[in-house]
Design a binder for this molecule. Sequence first.
Ligand code: KIV
Ligand code: ZN
Length: 389
Amino acid sequence: MERLFILDTSLRDGEQVPGCQLNTVEKIQVARALESLGVDVIEAGFPVSSPTDFNSVVEISKAVTRPVVCALARGVRKDIDMAAEALRYAKNKRIHTGIGTSDYHIKYKFNSGRDEILARAVAAVKYARKYVEDVAFYCEDAGRTDNVYLARIAEAVIKAGATVVNIPDTTGYCLPWIYGEKITFLMENVPNIHKAVLSTHCHNDLGMATANTIAGIVGGARQVDVTVNGIGERAGNASLEEVVMILKCHKSIRVDTRINTKKIYPTSRLVSSLMNMPVQPNKAIVGRNAFAHSSGIHQDGILKNRESYEIMNPNDVGLDEKAILLTARSGRAALKYRLSALGIEVDNGKLDKIYADFLKMADKKKSISDDDMLLLAGMDNTTLFRTNV
Ligand code: KIV
Ligand code: ZN
């Protein structure tokens, strides 16, 4: 298994989302949770963007010890100066600088040409290297950048001292195989690629951020930029939990992370509540329904053998429950299981009776709670010991 580095950008790309802003104390809380989750790099902010962001990078640098703390800077001296200054207390530090490399950016944003942008890229990396040894370079809009030019940029910035070359699909445009081929192309056509790590940074505008990230890994990328719950600009970034669990489920990809997957769910809840950003119920891995089986056939199968309908163990992501939702589609097996978890054992005759009452109730209510079950079983819920199912 080869090592894959996880860069979490929830506090930078994620925090750019309107309404998701955190104060410094909250950012420190998230940074500590990310450290204990096991991420390798925390992108802590964009110091030049505001005094608050600057201060947050300073405080996060003091608060965490193991992960690399990374600060974003456009490829201009003032940004790089501010990033270096904000990182002064970080034990392990990285400046993440870069510039737009697609013809859209070169022509319309910079009114420039390819050679001039290449020269600016090299200058930015050399300047950042005066401050820190670890410099990542992002080729903004790499998803729509010509691969031959991208390879020229990558070779030049690595020669200038970049340790990581980031290949953002900034607009979320790429198809998985196109993005994968882009990474493969760089692996095969940048002569000094072995001196740096290629990183993915995929946005989700067409719902392909996770698929593109996985394609990038298969192509040879060994760092991924991700966010908790997939938060991020517009439709978001590739989600940390999806990428990590895909790698855990598909060992054939042959890369490993240092993520403690049991901390995925609590971290997801923390980020969602602090950022006031609800997680959609059907979100993979961390959505309320991600492990909730509601059809009778599935519930029966799960209770006989979990693997009949589950590819992951909910315990692996920090959920200690087998979420069986009791609805009008549930069968006797699910009822019996829930009753037993509530400390109530019933014979088949009694189960039939409860089941008939249950169906009447479930026709009126969308889902049946533990209190409803106790009522149906004729129990006084104040006297029962309730297990947490
Ligand atoms: O999406 C993007 O291109 C970015 C870069 C600044 C890394 O977020
Ligand atoms: Zn981004």
